[in-house]
Ligand binder design. Structure first.
Ligand code: HGY
Ligand code: MN
Ligand code: MN
Length: 417
């Protein structure tokens, strides 16, 4: 049942109600987990489709499963100002990461539609089908499809149940052969603007509701599989062990130390598994993830090289074999100054101080930058700025203000000269 609030309800309340309504589409009761092409994902896509149609948009799904709502301009078929974000989530995630950037533009288009307002360009609101990389360990799938940079090699990636992405897409009615046709013609895209929660504490600590993103940090991600030798926890002497988990732990501590030294450089081991482990068995295998990011690509690449060298050193000394698989690499992406200026002007017209800040989190804008200039509006997060966590929160007042900034941006939008 859609949360169809009357137009009288202020837009901030409507956006919050929709975010909570969308959160019912989860694959894990009691928490929000919505990964690519699960039943919960299909339910959310149907709900977004309903809201887009009610807002006066025509809606289509492309071969990647993106939900694309189009609000025609005064000239049918005109180039579009693209906006949107992702509607998949991390496991036990928050209900605003990604989803806000789809819901808020839909709510604004619904207002323009109610007023009969059209622009000399179309507006396309995209619900990107997959950004987090949770189910198939490949990220930005939706936005890469639209950018024409989808890497078909990931179609063979398997989920925890052993199903390949290709199988899952086909079962959901999406044909990978149609992916090239999902690419947008760059000539038909004027720019891409993304509204996203900050996922950090800067705006909150400075008492600011919104900010203009200057650049999005680049990222390198790996899955590391270590193979030592399993053994009896009670009988194998400590100096004779080839303990895969301790090798991984030593590498993890090195990552923390190496990335701890430089502002803006971060390194995370987000997943760490001992497959078929047991309390009384020396781990013969360990599998863990590495995520290293920095606004400065040279710094990130230097840190990655040092970590890979340390993996070699630790594994040689411990007589453990390492398999290193890169699962994601994205250079940092600058936000276009001519678009940043228009976000700043829209914020200033609301009487709000303008704050520019970088993004440590990755976003769909990184992929869309391959075909269009991009710029992002950050919205304040509560609870210390926490995100990728069920206590991720924002306020209806900030949703209202962000919708006013977005509306103002579009109503004053000047194409690049
Ligand atoms: O990991 C990220 O930065 C994004 O939230 N997917
Ligand atoms: Mn996220
Ligand atoms: Mn996100």
């Amino acid at each position: 049942m859609a949360a169809n609030l009357s137009p009288a309800a202020d837009i901030g309340t409507r956006i919050m109600a929709w975010a909570h309504a969308l959160a019912v589409h989860t694959e894990q009761p009691g928490m929000l987990t919505r990964t690519y092409l699960t039943e919960a994902h299909h339910g959310a896509a149907a709900q977004l489709t309903e809201w887009m149609q009610a807002a006066g948009m025509t809606v289509r799904r492309d071969a990647a499963g993106n939900v694309i709502g189009r609000y025609e301009g005064t000239e049918p078929g005109a180039p579009a100002l693209l906006t949107g974000s992702h509607f998949d989530t991390v496991r036990d995630g928050g209900r605003f990461d990604g989803n806000l950037g789809v819901i808020l533009p839909i709510a604004c288009v619904a207002e323009w539609n109610r007023q009969g307002r059209r622009f000399p360009f179309a507006i396309e609101v995209v619900g990107f089908a997959e950004e987090e990389g949770v189910r198939f360990k490949a990220t930005l799938l939706g936005s890469r499809a639209i950018a024409g940079t989808f890497d078909n090699n990931v179609l063979g990636n398997v989920d925890d149940s052993g199903k390949t992405m290709r199988e899952v897409m086909a079962a959901a009615g999406f044909d990978p052969a149609g992916l090239p046709a999902a690419a947008h013609d760059p000539k038909k895209v004027l720019a891409f603007i993304e509204v996203h929660i900050e996922q950090g504490p800067v705006l909150l600590n400075e008492g600011l509701p919104v900010g203009v993103v200057t650049a999005i940090s680049g990222a390198s991600r790996f899955i590391i599989e270590l193979e030592g030798l399993a053994g009896h926890a009670g009988t194998v002497p400590m100096d004779m062990r080839r303990d895969a988990a301790m090798a991984g732990a030593e590498i993890g501590l090195y990552i923390e130390k190496r990335c701890g030294g430089k502002p803006g450089l971060v390194g995370t081991v987000g997943q760490f598994n001992v497959p078929n482990g047991a309390t009384n068995v020396v781990p013969g295998r360990a599998v863990f993830s590495i995520d290293i990011r920095c606004g400065d690509d040279a710094e990130r690449e230097a840190a990655v090289n040092d970590v890979l060298a340390e993996i070699e050193r630790v594994c040689t000394r411990r007589n453990v074999r390492a398999q290193v698989r890169k699962t994601h690499e994205a250079k940092s992406v600058p936000c276009a100054p001519w678009l940043q200026e228009q976000w700043a002007a829209a914020i200033a017209r609301q009487g709000v101080p303008v704050r520019h800040l970088p993004s440590g989190a990755g976003h769909d804008s990184m992929a869309i930058a391959a075909i269009a200039d991009v710029a992002m509006l950050f919205v304040r997060c509560g609870n210390g700025g926490i995100s990728h966590h069920p206590t991720e929160i924002m306020t209806a007042a900030d949703a209202e203000l962000s919708a006013r900034v977005f509306t103002d941006f579009v109503e004053h939008f000047q194409r690049q000269q």
